[in-house]
Design a binder for this molecule. Structure first.
Ligand code: CLF
Ligand code: SF4
Length: 503
């Protein structure tokens, strides 16, 4: 990428009010005192592309640029999942062990208008808990009504276990909610009985296989009803090793044939301190490798979401960041709404312009030189990237709370997931134990690409077989540059070995 191109793109982003570029201080200092994914847009029709273009969950590209927010207005639930403890938010879309502040629809609408002004790249309002939104239909729909009335440019989204979905599809359509997520963990009630101890349906509590059968039938009806109403449906599935991991490929087939648009297979997060059935019985979650293998095996069939962050029911911000603490009830109730549709339009136009500027750079980097076929001398590798958003490598190694993982080969670069870490730089000093954990978390990668990496972590990373790469550029371009260097090094090694053999 030429310097002028990069400058204009980053300038535009800055004008859009998005804080993704490194500060001057970050670019200059070491930051350490001690020393695919997603939705493939190719092949989608224009109307469909437009419907997902600003939804950070439905479009992998959008998640670098657009933010979402949730409002926690729905406390009750109509089923019990073995990975859920009612003291915490619905684990179908949230990290277990998180508690959100419950809001009334009026408080929620106020919060949305405040955040729509403060974070104009927030394009989607989702209701995902703390219980099931459709087990609380009055609160959920009242919230949507208030927001549709006052902030019509915000997309509405909801996530449900699906039990009550069929009863509400007309209302969902009427309110122009264009994105609905159903969590579907099984299509076989025998497997379902191991995940759901009970389901409350028609004022009666059902248990065992019977309960799972009701849930399954209602989920399939709901999926069908969404398809008929032309509402985009994402399916979340929680991967539970030994229970439904082998079964989720079948779930993938079934939901695809029923018209689901996107499949998000999420890892079970399970720990005794969460107090869930699975946590207390020692049920483990999948490893990143197991999760990726399952996602890869399903990706030939349909769009797979790999950038889910298992957000809180009151999440705010880009998917990889959590700004919910800036907007606690105590704080946002003191703030005046600054919603201005014209300012928001301008910001979104800036983002779209920025995305356009990046497009050709990304496409060129993705396909590489395009004149080689994959051979054993051009293997597939993974790289870990530190970014604050915008599709740019723009974060110090020591500040990263997660690394985005890209798979690179001679013909392609694709986002394949993210790994959460504790950030290495604590109060200006590097933490040895944290560095060890980071290295362990990304040990299957060949390189770490960040805007700055201190000399201390550089040494440790190299010793662990991870090449530290400093770059400030479009992610795909930085990954391609590393890959080309990696290939050259491989070739040099090969030649050297040949020379040694000839001696
Ligand atoms: Fe929220 Fe869910 Fe809508 Fe997105 S989240 S209701 S579809 S706006 Fe997104 Fe968060 Fe994953 Fe959910 S990253 S947990 S998939
Ligand atoms: Fe918990 Fe959500 Fe399951 Fe209800 S649907 S039991 S809130 S994880």
């Amino acid at each position: 990428m030429q310097a002028t191109e990069k400058t204009s793109a980053l300038d535009l982003l800055a004008k859009s009010g998005i804080n993704v570029s490194s500060t001057e201080a970050e670019k200059k200092t070491s930051g350490c005192a001690s020393s695919g994914c997603g939705t493939k847009t190719e092949g989608l029709d224009e109307r469909l592309k437009e419907r997902i273009a600003k939804h950070p969950c439905y479009s992998e590209e959008a998640h670098h640029h657009y933010a979402r927010m949730h409002v926690a207005v729905a406390p009750a639930c109509n089923i019990q999942c073995n990975y859920c403890n009612r003291k915490y938010d619905c684990a179908n879309e949230s990290r277990p062990g998180v508690v959100s502040e419950l809001l009334t629809p009026e408080e929620a609408a106020h919060k949305v208008l405040v955040i729509a002004g403060k974070i104009p790249q927030m394009s989607v309002l989702g209701i995902a808990g703390p219980g099931d939104p459709l087990a609380n239909p009055e609160k959920t729909f009242r919230t949507f009504e208030l927001i549709a009335d006052k902030a019509p440019d915000i997309k509405l989204c909801l996530s449900t276990n699906g039990l009550a979905l069929t009863d509400h599809v007309d209302r969902i359509k009427q309110l122009n909610v264009d994105h609905v997520t159903i969590t579907i963990n099984m299509v076989d009630p025998e497997i379902g009985a191991k995940i759901y101890p009970w389901v409350r349906f028609n004022r009666k509590r059902h248990t065992g296989v019977e309960a799972a059968k009701i849930l399954h039938e209602r989920q399939m009806e709901g999926l069908q009803a969404l398809k008929e109403a032309d509402i985009l449906c994402k399916v979340n599935s929680v991967m539970i090793p030994g229970i439904n991991d082998k079964h989720l490929a079948e779930v993938n087939e079934v939901i695809r044939s029923h018209g689901a648009f996107l499949h998000n297979i999420m890892p079970l997060i399970s720990a005794p301190e969460h107090g869930t059935h699975f946590g207390l019985t020692g049920q483990r979650g999948p490893t990143p490798k197991e999760l990726k293998e399952l996602q890869d095996s399903c990706s030939g069939n349909m769009n797979m979401m790999r950038h889910c962050r298992q957000c809180r029911a009151d999440a705010v911000g880009l998917l990889g960041e959590d700004r919910s603490q800036e907007f606690t009830k105590e704080k946002f109730m003191e703030m005046a709404p600054e919603y201005d549709v014209e300012v928001r339009k301008e910001v979104h136009a800036g983002i779209e312009q920025f995305k356009d500027d990046l497009k050709s750079v990304k496409a060129k980097a993705k396909r590489g030189s395009g004149d080689r076929s994959a051979t054993e001398n051009s293997p597939k590798i993974m790289v870990a990237v530190a970014t604050k958003g915008g599709g740019i490598v723009n974060q110090h190694f020591g500040h990263a709370k997660e690394f985005q993982i890209y798979e690179v080969d001679v013909n392609n670069i694709r986002f394949v997931g993210h790994r959460k870490v504790d950030h290495y730089c604590q109060s200006g000093y590097g933490e040895e134990a944290t560095l060890e954990n980071i290295i362990k978390t990304i040990s299957d990668c060949r390189a770490v690409i960040a805007s700055k990496i201190g000399s201390c972590p550089q040494t440790e990373l190299r010793a662990a077989g991870l090449e530290p790469v400093e770059a400030y550029d479009v992610i795909e371009k930085a990954a391609r540059d590393f890959y080309e260097q990696f290939l050259q090094d491989l070739e040099q090694d090969r030649l050297l070995k040949e020379q040694l053999q000839d001696l």
